[in-house]
Structures are given as C-alpha cells and as structure tokens.
Design a protein around this ligand. Structure first.
Ligand SMILES: Nc1nc2c(ncn2[C@@H]2O[C@H](COP(=O)(O)OP(=O)(O)O)[C@@H](O)[C@H]2O)c(=O)[nH]1
Ligand SMILES: [Mg+2]
Length: 305
C-alpha cells in the first residue's frame, strides 16, 4: 500500500470511529434531561446546617467529657474553619454540640447556586476534616468508626429571618447547656442516678436550675465557659500577626458573644455588607489557639513562596 492510500484508509477509519461514538453519545444523551434543575432561589440567605448522626452513641464510645468536651467542640470549630477557608461566600458560622450552621451571603453565586453542589461539598469537606484532624484533638482516643453528618439547606429571604434563625440556635444552646450542666452535676457530684436527676429536673424553670447549681454545687452558671453557654460564632477578621512584624492577616476568629442582642449585629456590620473589606480586630484578650495556629500556617506558606 502506498503512503497516500494508507493515509486515506486511516482517515476513513478514524472518521468512522468518531461518527459511531458521536451517534452513540447522542442516542444516550437524553438521559441528562432527567437531572433536576436545582438552583437555589436568588437573593436569599443560604444556611447549610450539618448535624452529627447518632452523636449520643458516638460521644459515649469516644469518652467525651460530660456535659461538654472541649476537645470535641474545638475539633468541630476546626473543621468549620476549613469549610470557611474553602467557601469564601460564608459570612458567619455558628456551632454548638454536634451541629454547625454555615451562612452564605444572599448574593453568593457559587456553583450557579446549585443546591446539591453546595450542600454536598460543604458536608463532605466538614466530615473529612473532622476525621482528618481527629487525632490532633483526641491524641489518646482512637477513632472507632467513621462518623457521619446529615445536612440541609434552609433559605431565609430577609435579614431579620436570618438573625432570628441564629438567635434560635443560640437560645437552644442556653436551654440545653443549663439543663445538661445541672443534670451532670446532680449525677457526678450529687450522687443521683440518671433517673433521679431527670425526675428532679422535670418541670423546673431556668431560675430553679440556676439555684440548684449555686446552692448545691457552688456554681455560678454565668461563670461557666462562654463557649459552653453561647456556642461558637466564626467571623472573618484581620488580626495583628505577632510573628510577621505585626502585619495584619485575615483569619477566621471565634467569638462567644450574645447574638440575640442587637449590639452584636451593630458591631459586626461586615456580615451584611458582603463586598466590604475584612475588618480589623484588635482583641483585648490573648489570641485563641485556633487563631495562632492559622497565623503559623500563613507564615509557613509565605516562607515557602
Ligand atoms: N458528653 C458529651 N456529649 C456530647 C457533646 N456534644 C454532643 N454530645 C452528644 O451528642 C448529642 C447531640 O444531640 P442530637 O444531635 O440531638 O443527638 P444524636 O441524634 O444522637 O446525634 C447530645 O445529646 C449528646 O449526647 C459533648 O461535648 N459531650
Ligand atoms: Mg446529632
């Protein structure tokens, strides 16, 4: 066969192959029509809330401290920071117990606002970060099985709705934590059984629980750790980096403030003002470990480049 004839034959075969696969492709392509268009309504706040599956059992098996385990809460915060570093449209997050809420600004356009993409990316990154960083927070506790989290998206059309949503979650922390703190003190220090403690607390008001804590265990509930009482609020702030000639760096900063009060929203105006620059924050307290860790990580990265 001459070279010319060989080329013609080869071209013919290549064309036939591509035409056949093109035909096959167009024959099957209609199945794409079965995929749902799942775009989230525009101009609404997008809240992704994740919640640990069966954490009652998980916390028992991994010997979480009662009623609050600092390691477990800090691991949740750490995983949430990973999520916020990946998804820049998240303007505020709120965590307590085995749950975290991530708020995407109502103007966010990521993934064309596709519901399933946003939900699944957030949930899978949170879950994998939780497992990836487990041993850093629980060095002496082997992970016994892979934990999982459910996730949902809730849309809020007004700023007021969003504030009420977060206030609802924070009020939940207060109710649960006051109950759990009293319950576990009655058992661990008061010597009651679970049933006896439950009976003792049945029908009690907040003031009754405060009184039990104070008169029987010498505990002033207001002096309990703010992270336990208020949950963790994560915001983007610029803080002075002591290792970087005092230059300011952007970090995700944990706050344990009362967001039910209007003062919170007046202080952190960047939550609503999406396009504003990340505000500087000069804390009066020592930088939290989780912030120092982020600064060290930034220093390490900038030394590499
Ligand atoms: N001991 C302890 N348990 C915790 C802590 N955080 C979460 N939990 C457990 O996780 C549960 C979370 O509540 P929920 O989501 O309603 O229960 P789930 O369906 O079992 O995940 C709580 O009821 C506790 O049993 C903690 O810091 N310490
Ligand atoms: Mg749960």
């Amino acid at each position: 066969m001459t070279i010319r004839k060989f080329q013609t034959k080869a071209n013919f075969l290549i064309k036939r192959f591509f035409n056949t696969s093109k035909m096959a492709n167009s024959k099957f392509e209609y199945v794409r029509e079965f995929e749902n268009e799942d775009k989230i309504m525009p101009n609404c706040w997008v809240v992704v809330r994740i919640d640990g599956k069966g954490f009652h059992k998980f916390s028992k098996l991994h010997n979480f401290d009662k009623p609050n385990d600092v390691r477990a809460l800090e691991l949740m915060n750490y995983a949430a920071i990973d999520v916020m570093n990946e998804f820049r449209d998240i303007v505020i997050s709120f965590g307590q117990s085995d749950e975290y809420s991530f708020v995407f600004h109502k103007g966010a356009l990521l993934y064309n606002r596709r519901h399933s993409k946003i939900l699944t990316y957030v949930n899978s990154l949170f879950s994998s970060s939780y497992v990836f960083n487990w041993s850093q927070f629980f060095p002496s506790e082997k992970l016994q099985y892979p934990p999982s989290f459910d996730a949902r998206i809730i849309l809020y059309p007004s700023d007021e709705n969003l504030k009420d949503y977060l206030s609802w979650r924070q009020a939940d922390v207060h109710i649960n934590n006051l109950y759990n703190t009293t319950f576990w003190n009655l058992i661990l220090k008061g010597g009651l059984t679970n049933n006896e403690a439950e009976k003792r607390l049945s029908g009690t008001l907040s003031s009754d629980k405060n009184e039990i804590l104070f008169s029987e265990f010498g505990i002033n509930y207001n002096n309990e750790s703010p992270m336990f009482r208020k949950g963790t609020i994560l915001l983007r702030k610029k803080v002075k980096n002591p290792n970087n000639n005092g230059r300011y760096n952007c970090v995700i900063y944990p706050f344990f403030e009362d967001l039910i009060q209007n003062k919170f929203w007046k202080t952190h105006t960047e939550i609503f003002d999406y396009k504003s620059a990340v505000p500087t924050y000069d804390p009066t307290e020592k930088l939290p470990d989780i912030v120092e860790q982020q600064l060290r990580e930034l220093d390490r990265k900038s030394q590499k480049t």
